[in-house]
Write a protein that binds this ligand. Sequence first.
Ligand code: PEP
Length: 254
Amino acid sequence: MAHKIAAANWKMNGDLNFVKQLTQELLANQTIINSNQSLLLASPFLYLHELVEATKNYKQINIAAQNCAQYTSGAYTGEVSADMLASIGVTHVIIGHSERRALFGETDAQLAIKVLLAIQNKLKPVFCIGETLAQREANKHFNIIEDQLWHGLFQLSEADFSQCIVAYEPVWAIGTGVTATPEQAQEMHAYIRGLIAEKYNDDVAQATSILYGGSCNEKNAATLFSLPDVDGGLVGGASLKAESFAQIVAALNK
Ligand code: PEP
């Protein structure tokens, strides 16, 4: 059975005071009760060390970076390597978020390297995939998702793939207030799990956490998380309010 995860993607929001306050409120509100559940906080690089320290006594809270470099070390001004992240206690890294793909031109080939570097440094990749509205309207969404998986993740051995979390994030739902319907989410998550089973095997597919992302909030989380192939969520906007995110975390129990 796949691990259930509520993941917060804070993106480039908040200053140090905001992050400290939000973390305190999250810790005070945290409702993880089941050993098969965890909470993941993805903050800007700058705050990761502080967050690792603040959460070190909470076994079911993990800290993620939102990106990592495609290089190991050297003259890459402004970049942060997977090795550096691991060295401060970060355990996960988001790779291939649609904002990285669209705004920073990250390609499948670059993402595949980042995934490998993450795994080599014992970081678990949270690999994001999703189609645009135009692709869905042209009925190409299944092909797009299959392509993104083949180019970003399916080069991995079974053991390495087992370290990965998949986040299905339809681009048209991210930050728009438009959420995939339960039917759309379940259909795509089941499709993704089927592809994993075909490429690896059914045990690997059943054990892979497949998160939904895209305008997930405290009102729709329980419905989304109760779907058979949705193992939790990757949450942007609604993760910036401790009260909302606590309700999303609680929805993992639904
Ligand atoms: C995201 O950016 O990963 C995301 C899901 O954002 P939002 O929840 O704001 O749509």
